[in-house]
Design a protein around this ligand. Structure first.
Ligand code: NAD
Length: 509
């Protein structure tokens, strides 16, 4: 039990789950009990948000929006810079809390906080670069340009596997763009959400800003639905399963709202005969077992050329023989637990389904008892040789089961890769320029992310992140993803004494 970290962040036995900045809003609903997947200990209880508290929060958000959007963007950036500074100071404690509440290895948990720091830096720079284009008008003495305005209130729904980073990708960019944010974190990781809220709220309070610039609500699906159905929420940015994304998109679309979806992945790595296996094997290892296979970008399918199949299998077998599984707070371990026992059961069901459909196990994992951590949700990872036409290959099993599929021609490998409903991350391992460029061409990968000689997971914040098809089509984080959080306005100004019409239309009075 990480009592020192819980004390550091003043997490009590019973916590409010509804916050307007640093002000809690009372709710009267049954409690969410928070258990650590690391050792099964109860960490705390939290009161989910009820409808009345939600409505109170939304009214405050609307008032805060009036103030925040009138503060110049670079000054908004200054608040995000201070948040980044705070995160630098709290990296150690916050990393430990993420690891203990979610179960990812401490290295990856620190990486998650670093990602938050990086996106703060990015957003600060962006606060001086919210550029619009200017165009030449076809009419004399006319000027045309585009400008970008804030949307208003942004709703953020996030998944358990990146309990804090995904919120910060959205919130920091949304804030510099002049929006206020309401966050519903995962009901499986409410304490890290609570702590992040406390950190940003302390800065808003120090600076005398409206507390509702950042709000937190807590609960499950129904609380997320309030956001998706609420016309006061201009944009709902939702991260999670494709099933959830579809429900959110339908709700938001029927009220003509905007949605930004970051959903499930079913990511593949192609290993060609020209691959450097010294890179390909460690990239597969990290991609398949990092975060215990619970990243949206986890490597789920390894599409291997027949000529190197035996060699790849041998090398992966010896790499998997060395995997260290246990307490994720011990930096020597590569793999911590799955999020909960339900995830363990899903993994076991996935292994059974794979066997039933004819998969051959090269490494067969399963439930694992870690001495001293018997109540944790640990599993060991698996590798199975399968055919591309098996039904299991189409689904995202959120666990460390890696499928290997053999191929003969690169075109066939790319077809196998693209022939799934999801389209998030993809990679090719090759030292051959022709293979790499073909993979990156319009005939190649159909995913939002296409890599050469690095794994499918571990994106940097500077690029736009997201995927196609059932991954939802959204783009977050770097590049010009900020445009999702603003509305574009095209302006035409006539500074002549005449009124010429566009397209030369004559309409004389
Ligand atoms: P999930 O879909 O069960 O839940 C995600 C969030 O959505 C939670 O906060 C949940 O309460 C909420 N939710 C569920 N149903 C809802 C509904 N109908 N309306 C509104 N909100 C609803 O996902 P999870 O198990 O927490 O996370 C794993 C999934 O998330 C995987 O599919 C993974 O690939 C995906 N994911 C995607 C990305 C990405 O960037 N593409 C990043 C992280 C996770």
């Amino acid at each position: 039990m990480l009592q020192d970290v819980l004390d550091h962040f003043q997490i009590e036995e019973l916590n409010e789950g509804s916050w307007i900045g640093s002000d809690s809003v009372q709710s009267s609903t049954s409690l969410i009990e928070v258990y650590s997947p690391v050792d099964g200990s109860q960490m705390a209880s939290i009161k989910p948000t009820d409808k009345k508290a939600y409505q109170t929060i939304v009214e405050e958000l609307k008032k805060a929006s009036e103030v925040w959007r009138n503060i110049p963007a670079p000054k908004r950036g200054e608040i995000v810079r201070l948040f980044g500074e705070k995160l630098r100071k709290e990296k150690n404690h916050l990393g430990k809390l993420i690891s203990y509440e979610m179960g990812k290895s401490i290295q990856e948990a620190y990486g998650e906080v670093q990602e938050m720091i990086d996106i703060c830096d990015f957003a600060v720079g962006l606060s001086r670069q919210l550029y619009g284009l200017t165009m030449h008008s076809e009419r004399p003495m006319h000027r045309m340009y585009e400008q970008w305005h804030p949307l208003g209130v942004i709703g953020i729904i996030s998944a358990f596997n990146f309990p804090t980073a995904v919120w910060s990708w959205n919130s920091t960019i949304a804030w510099v763009c002049g929006n206020v944010c309401i966050w519903k974190g995962s009901e499986k990781t409410p304490l890290t959400a609570l702590v992040c809220q406390k950190l940003i709220a302390s800065i808003l309070q120090e600076r005398g800003l409206p507390q509702a610039i950042s709000c937190l609500i807590t609960g499950g699906k129904e609380v997320g639905e309030w956001l998706s159905l609420d016309k006061d929420i201009a944009l709902v940015s939702a991260t999670g399963s494709s099933r959830m994304g579809k429900a959110v998109k339908l709700n938001v679309a029927q009220r003509f709202g905007k949605s930004l979806l970051e959903l499930g992945g079913n990511n593949a790595m192609i290993i060609t005969p020209n691959a450097d296996l010294g890179i390909a094997i460690p990239a597969t290892y990290f991609g398949a077992i990092g975060t215990s296979g619970q990243r949206c970008t986890s490597t789920r399918r390894l599409i291997v050329h027949q000529s190197v199949l035996d060699s790849v299998i041998d090398k992966l077998k010896s790499a998997y023989a060395q995997v260290k599984i246990g307490n994720p707070l011990d930096a020597n371990n590569h793999m911590g637990p799955l999020i909960d026992n339900e995830a363990v059961q899903n993994y076991m069901a996935g292994i059974e389904a794979c066997k039933k459909q004819g998969g051959t196990f090269i490494v067969e994992g399963g439930m694992l008892q870690v001495p001293g951590f018997e109540k944790g949700s640990y599993v060991s990872p698996s590798i199975a040789l399968v055919n591309a036409d098996m039904a299991i290959v189409q689904d995202e099993l959120f666990a460390p089961l890696l499928y290997i599929i053999a191929y003969n021609e690169l075109k066939e490998a790319i077809e196998i890769q693209n022939n799934v409903p999801q389209g998030l991350s993809s990679t090719i391992m090759t030292t051959n320029m022709r293979e790499a460029e073909y993979f990156l061409s319009h005939c190649g990968s159909d995913c939002g992310i296409a890599n050469v000689n690095i794994g499918t997971s571990g994106a940097e914040i500077g690029g736009a992140f997201g995927g196609e098809k059932e991954t939802g089509g959204g783009r977050e984080s770097g590049s010009d993803a900020w445009k999702n959080y603003m509305r574009r306005q095209t302006v035409t100004i006539n500074y002549s004494a005449d009124l010429p019409l566009s397209q030369g239309i004559q309409f004389k009075v």
